[in-house]
Structure formats: structure tokens, C-alpha cells
Write a protein that binds this ligand. Structure first.
Ligand code: IPE
Ligand code: MG
Length: 228
């Protein structure tokens, strides 16, 4: 979700207004994804690098997250959405951590769309934390170093048990991953759209998915037409 600040700037508004409108786009996207029967939606809500932003802006983003969970959790739960949080949990404000954990606990048994919120998330940090846990298990004699392979790493990621993303959509025209799901995105299709996040809606989602659907995924093999 990128481009909130530019959306606001283009209208002579403070960045916070962009973030507020961004939450509306987020609601619309979660709804559309549920209606379309998409199984997993991951939203990059706050990166481990976003703490570098001005204090007031960080505060506003935290307030918006709290507000979103307080206002929307009951409805998400009614709709069968299962919330899952990825990212580092240590050093988070206790009220934020409690809300995130409450959202996960309340919706844990739901069978609908999995809504993964990447909060205080950075891929390199996730991989380092996974490596640390694996090293601890080896040191404790629970795991032998010789058996560590990609599956073992995968099982220690925050995303353990979730499918790899088929497609990553980044708004605002920036064409990079910015430390998002680096491990998981080995074969993910990347779709970059010029639209700023507050303008993102169901139409924008459908057109990004049409772009994705036209791709020819080979996973390191050869395409069907060439093979036959
Ligand atoms: C994304 O919009 C907001 C989040 C951090 C979730 P930005 O704040 O990065 O907007 P730009 O890039 O400044 O336009
Ligand atoms: Mg940005």
C-alpha cells in the first residue's frame, strides 16, 4: 500500500489525510477480496523501517491501526475472516500488541479469507529471527544442522503454513519490493500499478489481477507450449 503521502500532497492536504483515506481503500480491498473468493490477502501495513518517519506520522499510523481493529474486527469476524499478524512482536507498545493478538485469537477458527497484516515487518528481520530460532533449536539438540533445508527455514518464517503469494501488487508506481516477503516471493508475479493507494478500489484490483492472469508462470521449468 504505497502513495498515501503523494495522494495527500497532490491535494494540498497533510500526509495524515492520505493515511486516513488509505484505510478506506484497505476496507474496500478486503471486502472485494472476500467477494472474489481470494483465499489469502497480505497487507504491508507498517514496515520495520517505517519507524524512521517523523514521530507524529508514526503516531498517526499507530492510531489508525488501532482504530481499524477496534472498528472493523467484529465485522471481519462475522464475515469469517481469519486475521494473522506477521512481523516482529517484541518492543511493540502493549496496547497495539494486545489488539493484534486479540484479532488473531478471536478469528483463529474462521474458515474464510486469511487477512495477513504485515506490521513491524521486514523480510530481512524475519529471516534473521528464523535463523536465530533454528540456531537455538540446534543448540538445544532438537534439530541437527545437516537437516536444515528450505522447508525448515520456511517453517520458521512468520508466514509458516501460508501459501506462497501468487502475486504482489504495489501501488504508486514504485517498482521494488522494499523488504517485503523476499523469501516467499521467489516465484511470485509482481504487478506495479501507477494508482496511489487511496485511489485503489475493486476496479484497480481486478485490472491488476487481469495483468497477473495473463502471465505465463513456469517456476523454473518450461512453458506448456514449448514443452509439447
Ligand atoms: C503508504 O504510503 C503508507 C504506509 C506506510 C502504510 P506512503 O506514506 O509511503 O506514501 P508516499 O510514498 O509518501 O506517497
Ligand atoms: Mg511510500
Amino acid at each position: 500500500m504505497d502513495g498515501n503521502g503523494r495522494w495527500a500532497k497532490a491535494r494540498g492536504l497533510p500526509r495524515t489525510m492520505g493515511h486516513r483515506r488509505g484505510v478506506e481503500a484497505l476496507r474496500a480491498t478486503v471486502r472485494a477480496v472476500g467477494e472474489m473468493g481470494i483465499k489469502v490477502l497480505t497487507l504491508f501495513a507498517f514496515s520495520s523501517e517505517n519507524w524512521r518517519r517523523p514521530r507524529e506520522e508514526v503516531g498517526e499510523l499507530m492510531s489508525l491501526l488501532k482504530l481499524f481493529i477496534r472498528r472493523d474486527l467484529a465485522e471481519l469476524h462475522r464475515e469469517g475472516v481469519r486475521v494473522r499478524i506477521i512481523g516482529a512482536r517484541d518492543n511493540l507498545q502493549p496496547d497495539i500488541l494486545n489488539l493484534l493478538e486479540e484479532a488473531e485469537a478471536l478469528t483463529a477458527a474462521n474458515q474464510g479469507t486469511v487477512l495477513v497484516i504485515a506490521f513491524n515487518y521486514g523480510s530481512r528481520d524475519e529471516i534473521a529471527r528464523a535463523a536465530r530460532r533454528i540456531a537455538e533449536r540446534v543448540a538445544a539438540g532438537e534439530l541437527s544442522a545437516a537437516t536444515i533445508d528450505a522447508d525448515v527455514l520456511d517453517a520458521h518464517m512468520d508466514t509458516a503454513g501460508l501459501p506462497e503469494p501468487d502475486v504482489i501488487i504495489r501501488t504508486s508506481g514504485e517498482q521494488r519490493l522494499s523488504n517485503f516477503l523476499l523469501w516467499q516471493a521467489a516465484y511470485t508475479e509482481l504487478v506495479f500499478v501507477p494508482c496511489l493507494w487511496p485511489d485503489f478500489d475493486r476496479d484497480a484490483l481486478e485490472s491488476a489481477l487481469a495483468d497477473y492472469a495473463a502471465r505465463n508462470r513456469r517456476f523454473g521449468g518450461v512453458s506448456q507450449e514449448i514443452a509439447s
